[in-house]
Design a protein around this ligand. Structure first.
Ligand SMILES: *Cc1c(COP(=O)(O)O)cnc(C)c1O
Length: 365
């Protein structure tokens, strides 16, 4: 028998949101009758500028991409008012999380995160053999974080705002007060995968990467093109931090980690703010419909600053059963059983998709 790293035994293989193809295969549905509300993609797709650029440049796939990522770094640096040396680009911000774990953690390390949060923080940390400390509240409770920080002196603290899979966000002043109390040897990862949504719905949730890294040189801010920008399939995310943090991360980055068409997509997506703003605006109009619908049927939910809503199911309803029943009619949602919650997470879709979901849930009542 071949023996692999022992600490891998404590890792469950991550199960991502189900793809449309799988539902089509398993239930014999027509692809156009399947709606995916499980992975927080933008239901409006991507900017037409992106599709055009991909079509025009499709024959360039035989060349390796520009590994310096000159143009994308320049555009991102301009967007966030930071230096190119303060940026790292990953195949999704997921890959930046992986770089951080590989560059910083080992079997003696400790990391701190919220009880319910993005699963990949824990998975990448466990791959290195690090131990994990978690708070015991569903939403981020920074006073608990502080107590656990004092007790365990973790190497990394993960803060996800807004948090996935709950949707709650942290007030900027509260986060800054928390960071004031963390020493400069502890790396704090601030994951802003849904920040575009949060800052639209409440400006107090806005974390500006430049402000946070200038004030706190031990922070790395993460962003992604997968959610509001609609590029989930292109796999591009970024980290913004002082160059003392970025440089070691660049040492674990494989060459050509971003495909040329993906890089081009991100460059084009940044040119179309109107598309992103419109998507976000419609998202929150639809969010209000979800809130009204849920109040009407008496199901409780967590107030969300993102493009998804997390619904706790009342007694007598099981999240696995509800998700399966929805799946059979072609509506893919995320069952949160794996997080220890009897809840489902639903990505806010287009108006007609949401109406279909409401009608289907009414039939279950
Ligand atoms: C979606 C998501 C990411 C990263 O997604 P990528 O597609 O890898 O960029 C990171 N953090 C959170 C909380 C997310 O929900």
């Amino acid at each position: 028998m071949i023996k692999f790293n022992e600490h891998l035994e404590n890792i469950e293989i991550y199960e991502a949101g189900k793809p449309i193809e799988l539902v089509v295969r398993d239930f014999g549905l027509n692809p156009k009758d399947v709606i995916k509300m499980a992975s927080n993609e933008n239901p409006f797709g991507m900017s037409p500028l992106v599709s055009q650029a991909i079509a025009t440049n499709s024959s360039k796939g035989y060349l390796y991409p520009d590994d310096s990522m000159f143009q994308l770094k320049q555009d991102l640096a301009k967007r966030f008012n930071v230096n190119e040396k303060e940026l790292i680009i990953g195949s999704g911000s997921d890959q930046v999380l992986e770089f951080i774990a590989r560059a910083k953690l080992n079997t003696n390390s400790v990391v701190l995160m919220n009880k319910i949060t993005f699963a990949m923080y824990g998975i990448y940390a466990k791959q290195t053999g690090a131990s994990i400390i978690k708070t015991d509240s569903i939403n981020h409770d920074l006073s608990q974080f502080l107590n656990l920080y004092i007790e365990h002196k973790p190497d990394i603290i993960y803060i996800c705002t807004p948090n996935n899979p709950t949707g709650d966000a942290i007030h900027r002043d509260d986060l800054y007060k928390f960071l004031d109390q963390i020493d400069d040897k502890t790396l704090v990862v601030v994951d802003g995968a849904y920040m575009e949504y949060a800052k639209y719905i409440n400006p107090n949730f806005a974390i500006e990467p430049k402000n946070i890294i200038d004030k706190y040189p031990n922070v790395i801010y993460l962003g992604t093109f997968s959610k509001a920008y609609g590029l989930g399939g292109m796999r591009i995310g970024y980290g913004i931090a002082k160059k003392e943090i970025i440089r070691p991360l660049l040492k674990v980055r494989p060459p050509f980690n971003i495909g040329s068409l993906s890089m081009l997509s991100a460059i084009e997506a940044l040119k179309d703010e109107e598309f992103v703003n419109k998507s976000i605006m419609v998202n929150f109009i639809e969010m209000t419909r979800y809130e009204n619908f849920l109040r009407e049927i008496g199901w409780s939910y967590i107030k969300s600053a993102t493009n998804f809503i997390t619904i706790s199911l009342p007694d007598g309803y099981n999240s696995a059963t509800i998700s399966d029943k929805l799946l059979k009619v072609g509506i893919i949602v995320r069952d949160l059983k794996g997080y220890g919650l009897n809840a489902i997470r639903i990505t806010i879709g287009k108006k007609e998709e949401n109406s279909r979901l409401f009608a289907t849930i009414r039939e279950f009542l």
